[in-house]
Write a protein that binds this ligand. Structure first.
Ligand SMILES: Nc1nc2c(ncn2[C@@H]2O[C@H](COP(=O)(O)O[C@H]3[C@@H](O)[C@H](n4cnc5c(=O)[nH]c(N)nc54)O[C@@H]3COP(=O)(O)O)[C@@H](O)[C@H]2O)c(=O)[nH]1
Length: 524
């Protein structure tokens, strides 16, 4: 009951995860996408501002070039020309000439209006030759920023241009207004011209961010700061575009989960029903003993014949039984069938009976009891029971498994390692566990191509088995060549279609009488 309850809970959890996962992934995806989008927009805004400022800057330097011819004049003849240049050109607040600390000619204020420091409302930075600098205001327009361009000769005379900050600020506002950006522009480390305002953030998830960029041509740096609201808006847009897809994905995942659960449940139910209705059969595949030239015993292999006549492949239903926690009931059922059928057999004492045991069963507390009960039912027949384990069985709970196997071995049960070479078993396991047989997987047998040919892995496995004093069995032997090769290399047992296919109990008895002592490959 508790088991069913837990299963129901885990099914519910799976459905919940399947439904929520696409939504959560969608949230994360749109969150990062929105951040990238904000960044892309900031980069575009910063690029636009830099480009525009560079254009204005280039115009200012062109103007400086035009003004250079008036550097040495006393502002008598060029006055009109300078006034024209200053008032007719776009962007400029004033242009003029200077000599030492004094302005000699100004397009805005005429001849000798004052000093350069008075013009820029502060101390003039000491820069030689050509330089540019952003300032907070000028004598005529104290509260509006500007950018000052100076060309100064070694004689301390020179020409200047004051670019009107309003042009730049109008442009900055145009770029930033739509997205609520705060933009800054700074020339040569001077005054920071700023438009827009962004409140500082207190939200960790959605916060504003600042992108900074610099001109490659001039000492101009700009920054674009986005607000939390912009980040949220971008995320909302991305999420609503993604939402329908996320809902479809959620439904799809839930559908897949439901299907998977149904399939899973049906495997478990079907296996239970199969056991109840006696749909499982056991076939026995004979094993040839090379030295004694006779059938040494059989390996029991489970078969599932559905009531509608369909056969389910053992590798499929065994894997499903293992996945669904049904392998132990199924193996107990198998042991019961074998014990029932073996009562009718007439075999010599010492006849081998191999049974496949799953890793989960070995780790179960009832494992010893299950095997002992099985052995007790066969005691009269004096058969040798061999438990066939895969390498996987040895890896988990190693010492506990080793103890259980050692106990059973003391009671006359033998242990074989099955499908050797296909698992991930370290060779040390072969020493640590007390084993009797090593069954070489048929993949290695298939590699045999000629009697003289080299099959290095197979040869190494055979020689390893000999060194460890394990008896060795070749599985899946299908050709006389494979048989000869294995025989020549000291393999003790042969199992495969060359000798016999798996047979039901009655067919096995008939086969033993007729062919039990004929070597593999003898025609019918
Ligand atoms: N835990 C349990 N596992 C079991 C049980 N019964 C079977 N199995 C495992 O299922 C896998 C598939 O088994 P099956 O389809 O029965 O195949 C066996 C033989 O029929 C096949 N075989 C034997 N000789 C040949 C051959 O010459 N050629 C060829 N192509 N196939 C051959 O090999 C399988 C025997 O495998 P093994 O157990 O490794 O000796 C398989 O992994 C079974 O172990 C069960 O009751 N419990």
């Amino acid at each position: 009951m508790a088991h069913t309850h837990t299963k129901r809970e885990s099914s519910g959890l799976l459905l919940l995860i399947a439904g929520l996962l696409p939504l959560v992934l969608g949230l994360l995806f749109t969150f990062f996408e929105a951040q990238q989008n904000v960044k892309r927009q900031q980069v575009a805004a910063a690029d636009a501002l830099l480009t525009q400022t560079e254009t204005v800057t280039q115009n200012a330097w062109d103007m400086i070039n035009q003004l250079k011819q008036y550097t040495d004049d006393k502002c008598v003849n060029p006055m009109r020309k300078i006034q024209q240049l200053g008032s007719l050109s776009a962007y400029f607040r004033a242009v003029g000439t200077f000599s030492g600390p004094n302005v000699t000619c100004s397009s805005a204020f005429g001849r000798n209006p004052g000093t350069l420091s008075q013009m820029v409302l502060g101390k003039m930075p000491a820069h030689p030759y050509d330089w540019m600098y952003s300032i907070g205001g000028t004598y005529g327009v104290p509260h509006r920023p500007a950018v000052l361009f100076m060309h100064q000769l070694p004689s301390s005379k020179g020409v200047y241009v004051v670019v009107e900050g309003q042009y730049l600020m109008d442009f900055m506002r145009a770029i930033g207004a739509q997205r609520g950006y705060q933009l800054t522009l700074r020339v040569n480390g001077g005054y920071t011209i700023q438009t827009g305002h962004v409140e500082p953030d207190d939200n960790l998830l959605f916060s504003g961010s600042t992108y900074r960029a610099e001109s490659q041509r001039f000492p101009i740096s700009v920054s674009v700061t986005s607000s939390k609201a912009e980040a949220l808006k971008n995320w909302r847009q991305a999420f609503f575009i993604f939402l329908p897809l996320a809902i479809i994905l959620s439904l799809l995942c839930m559908l897949l989960a439901v299907n998977w659960l149904k399939h899973r449940l049906s495997w478990r139910d079907e296996l239970r029903k199969g056991i109840r209705n006696g749909e499982f059969l056991v076939h026995y595949q004979p094993v040839w003993q090379v030295e004694e030239r006779r059938c040494a015993g059989v390996e029991a292999l489970l078969r599932w014949q559905r009531h509608d006549g369909r056969q389910v492949r053992p590798d499929m239903f065994i894997a499903a039984a293992e996945a669904e926690g049904m392998i132990i009931p199924l193996t107990r059922h198998l042991l019961n069938i074998i014990a029932d059928e073996a009562q009718t057999w007439s075999v010599a004492p010492g006849f081998h009976l191999g049974v496949n045991v799953a890793a989960e069963h070995i780790q179960h507390p009832d494992f010893l009891a299950d095997i002992r009960q099985f052995a007790a039912r066969l005691r009269e027949k004096q058969m040798i029971i061999t438990l066939e384990l895969t390498e996987r069985s040895l890896i988990h709970e190693g010492p506990e498994v080793a103890n259980k196997l050692a106990t059973l071995r003391r009671e006359g049960i033998r242990v074989a390692i099955d499908d050797f070479g296909t698992g991930h078993c370290s060779l040390s396991y072969l020493q640590n566990f007390q084993l009797d047989y090593l069954k070489i997987d048929r993949g290695f047998i298939n590699a045999i191509e000629s009697l003289e040919g080299e099959t290095p892995v197979l040869d190494a496995i055979i020689s390893l088995s000999h060194k460890l004093a394990l008896e060795v069995l070749g599985e899946g032997v299908e050709t006389p060549l494979q048989f000869e090769y294995l025989k020549n290399h000291g393999v003790n047992y042969i199992q495969g279609y060359l000798y016999a296919r798996p047979l039901n109990s009655a067919a096995l008895m008939a086969w033993l009488t007729k062919k039990g002592s004929l070597p593999p490959g003898t025609p019918d």
